[in-house]
Design a protein around this ligand. Structure first.
Ligand code: NAD
Length: 468
């Protein structure tokens, strides 16, 4: 049953307040610690037990994590929206369900074997040990749960330093993971975190000799930070995914897919369509169908400028960045703030702009799509590459021309390239494959899963065990 926003704020407040009062034994049980040093030590103890666990037992715990996530879908989604002010409850339910049902477990691990006259050699995927993970505000509990399943499947424990503005829901997810383990007869602390994550607690994590691998999911700041530690690090960083539409595309379907992809959880996923580059000949038709699919088209230049002023702010270095007050908000709220009467039936705001427009150049994470015209497919693809800013994260295209699809895929060289579908097809939602909320764009592992969190170990038997 859905609860009111006031009740939700109360729920988040009470979770946070309870976290403040945890006794040492409660900290031990929930995995939520006052001090990062204690969270790391507890994780190291849990890892020793995980290391000895049969794979079947890891799977038992993972099955419980899936079950508890499914039982708490509504609560996780409501808490996330109430605490961060971002996103959409219905869509967050879908995202958590995807994590629960489709995140790969131990079956993701594989073995390579060579056998012959000189014996048998195996290459197996072993755990790193204790992983330090940094998680974002945009998909907070989704990332904690998805990382926990994959990291545990690979035999690791994990210490989280979540985004401070999503600490309530992230800690709740950590508690679910431990509850799942305890219910299966496993140890507590297979995932741990701290009550007040800060840059200082992240730094303790970076410097801990117990942690050999860091996994950062977030913007460029945190990815650069983990890559500068001198440790092995997986960096799942920012994107600005363009979607290119050429004159051969099924324009009506392209419009529908783009609006659906760009409005999932109010555009919070890093893979979501952030701007559209369309061949001039079909641009009007595309915008017509986008409006049919729930987009509101802003045409007044003064209002577009006002929108930019509203959703962007200037950081200490004088750079224009997105205002957190507007990230992941409902489309109608932007329109209301501009003095336009609109309701929740509006899914997205679209407007025409030049390539250089700040709202096109910036990764907004809001249901706002700039539409840029290009004279032909070639220049549309070139523009798409420029707008992706070399993040090598995600890009999408609608076309029936296989040469164009191939060329754009090669040119843009991103971890994700969805063709003729909504961006979320890349997460196994309406497309083949598994989901993840940690897409290692910067460091090249791509969509992470259990095997990403392993190290390769060669195990050699000489002159025996070959039975050919
Ligand atoms: P953010 O960068 O503000 O925060 C992410 C995490 O990093 C938080 O836990 C934050 O506290 C921490 N952090 C930030 N700067 C840090 C630093 N210098 N040292 C240590 N920790 C630091 O990101 P956000 O706003 O929560 O999330 C949105 C951003 O993350 C977008 O750019 C989005 O594209 C990206 N993202 C990427 C992926 C991916 O899989 N590639 C997934 C989700 C989000």
């Amino acid at each position: 049953m859905a609860v009111s926003e006031k009740e939700l704020q109360e729920l988040v407040r009470s979770v946070l307040a309870r976290m403040g009062d945890l006794t040492p034994s409660q900290q031990e049980e929930t995995g939520v610690y006052d001090k990062m040093e204690d969270a790391i030590a507890a994780s190291a103890r849990a890892q020793k037990e995980i290391r000895r666990m049969p794979l079947e037992f890891r799977e038992k715990i993972i099955a419980n994590i899936r079950k508890l996530t499914m039982e708490n879908l509504q609560k996780l989604a409501e808490m996330g929206v109430a605490e961060t002010g971002m996103g959409n409850i219905g869509h967050k339910i879908i995202k958590h369900q995807l994590v629960a049902e489709k995140t790969p477990g131990t079956e993701d691990l594989s073995t390579i074997a060579w056998s012959g006259d000189r014996g048998l050699t195996l290459v197996e995927q072993g755990p790193f040990g204790v992983i330090g993970a940094i998680t974002p505000s945009t998909n907070p509990s989704e990332t904690v749960l998805c990382n926990s399943i994959g990291m545990l499947a690979a035999g690791n424990s994990v210490v989280f330093n979540p985004h401070p503005s999503a600490i309530g829901v992230s800690s709740f997810a950590v508690q679910l993971v431990n509850q799942a383990s305890i219910a299966a007869g496993g140890p507590a602390n297979i995932a741990t975190t701290v009550r007040k994550p800060t840059l200082e607690t992240a730094d303790i994590m970076y410097k801990s000799p117990v942690i050999p691998l860091l996994v950062a999911t977030g913007g460029p700041g945190v990815v650069t930070a983990v890559l500068s530690t001198g440790k092995r690090a997986i960096g799942a960083g920012a994107g600005n995914p363009p979607v290119v539409v050429d004159e051969t595309a099924d324009i009506r379907k392209a419009a529908e897919d783009i609006i659906n992809g760009a409005t999932l959880d109010n555009n919070l996923p890093c893979i979501a369509e952030k701007e559209v580059v369309v061949v001039d000949k079909v641009a009007d038709e595309l915008m017509f169908y986008m409006e049919q699919c729930g987009a509101y088209r802003l045409t007044d230049k003064a209002l577009i400028d006002k929108l930019a002023e509203m959703v962007l702010t200037t950081n200490k270095k004088g750079k224009q960045i997105v205002s957190r007050d507007w990230v992941g908000r409902d489309a109608y709220k932007f329109l209301n703030a501009l003095g336009i009467d609109a309701d929740a039936s509006v899914k997205c705001i679209i407007f025409e702009a030049e390539e250089e427009h700040i709202l096109v150049q910036t990764e907004l994470m809001m249901p706002i799509l700039g539409i840029v015209r290009a004279k032909d497919a070639q220049s549309a693809m070139e523009m798409g590459v420029r707008l992706e800013h070399g993040n090598r994260h995600s890009a999408h295209m609608h076309s029936k021309n296989v040469d164009h699809l191939t060329q754009f895929g090669q040119m843009i060289d991103t971890a994700i390239f969805v063709k003729n579908g909504p961006s979320y097809a890349a997460l196994g939602f309406g497309g083949e494959g598994f989901p993840t909320f940690t897409i290692a764009s910067r460091t090249g592992e791509g969509l992470t899963s259990a095997k990403t969190f392993t190290k390769s170990r060669r195990c050699v038997m000489t002159d025996a065990l070959c039975i050919r």
